[in-house]
Ligand binder design. Structure first.
Ligand code: MLT
Length: 302
């Protein structure tokens, strides 16, 4: 009987796919296969019987890939399974960066008991005025499952979309997102765009890529969206760029002690894939990968 451990609970519709030849165990060390969402696994001792880890999500930066490679542990993820959920939140981020929804909402909440609130609204409008996204230039860095979807919706919202991805050929980028101007140098995204959204994995090569050198190339008042990973942005440089007005808004799904609470930063608690649909899709895909591996030796999405 194969032993399965869930480091983080995953959606029930995934767990239901395990038949009675599988046993779900609490003991991580006893497991043949582990399911994980975003729990950090770097400090965990990987037992010799562990065969596979399936990450119910796209990013695998919480998994010690080097140790897994040494021990021959197969690592799966679920690319694309939550792309729609993340894409929709990115679009919300685009609007949050453009219209002062938070300011307006907070004002109404604070004044909710004022019986003259309806009369005072007129005076507030100018405080919370924003800008429209139609006609603006959107730069999408990374044209994978999420980036390509964001690019397409940006286009449908009337934006001029620039896409950059060193690993996607011009032809593939065109197929993925036919409305994207495929840019060969990321610098051109920095120079041209009013909004820049990053959709690349957390790697040594992408760490801190949004930094003072990148800001120096950007337009004044650029708006930055980060729904990919915290480490892509150099926080000190971002704080400086916000203070100088180079960056007008930074919307990030990754709060940390440095950036949360800084003016013109909107932080969410990593909600990108927190939808019922995305959680279900990831759970089903992760469990199918484990089952297919244990029963047939197949290795997909590893
Ligand atoms: C992912 O890597 O799939 C997303 O960041 C969402 C998540 O981690 O839950």
């Amino acid at each position: 009987m194969a032993k399965i451990n869930c480091l983080n609970p995953i959606a029930a519709c995934g767990m239901d796919l395990f038949n009675d030849t599988y046993e779900v165990v609490d003991d991580f060390a006893a497991a043949d296969a582990v399911l994980v969402r975003s729990a950090a696994m770097h400090d965990l001792e990987l037992s010799d019987n562990l065969l596979a880890i399936a990450r119910a999500g796209a990013g695998v930066n919480n998994i010690p890939l080097d140790k897994c490679a040494e021990k021959g542990i197969v690592v799966f993820n679920t690319p694309g399974a939550n792309a729609n959920g993340v894409k929709e939140l990115v679009i919300a981020g685009l609007l949050l960066a453009s219209r002062d929804l938070m300011g307006g909402y907070n004002w109404v909440k604070e004044n909710a008991s004022d019986e003259n609130i309806a009369k005072t609204v007129e005076k507030q409008k100018k405080h919370y005025a924003g800008c429209e996204i139609m006609g603006k230039k959107l730069g999408v860095i990374g044209l994978g499952a999420i980036g390509a979807k964001v690019a397409n919706i940006g286009f449908r919202l009337g934006m001029e979309v620039y896409g950059y991805d060193p690993y996607v050929s011009v032809d593939a980028a065109w197929r993925l997102s036919s409305h994207v101007k495929h840019i060969k140098n990321v610098e051109d995204i920095y120079k041209e765009c009013d909004y820049i959204t990053v959709h690349v994995p957390a790697l040594d090569s992408t760490k801190g890529m949004i930094n003072k050198d990148a800001f120096a190339m950007m337009k004044d008042g650029v708006k930055i969206l980060n729904f990919a990973r915290d480490i892509l942005v150099n926080d000190d440089d971002m704080i400086e760029a916000l203070a100088s007005g180079k960056v007008a808004k930074y919307v990030t799904d990754f709060p940390n002690a440095k950036i949360a609470g800084v003016d013109n930063v909107i932080t969410l608690p990593h909600l990108g894939a927190s939808t019922e649909e995305s959680e279900d899709n990831c759970a089903v895909m992760a469990v199918k990968e484990i089952v297919d591996f244990i029963e047939n030796g197949n290795i997909k999405n590893s």
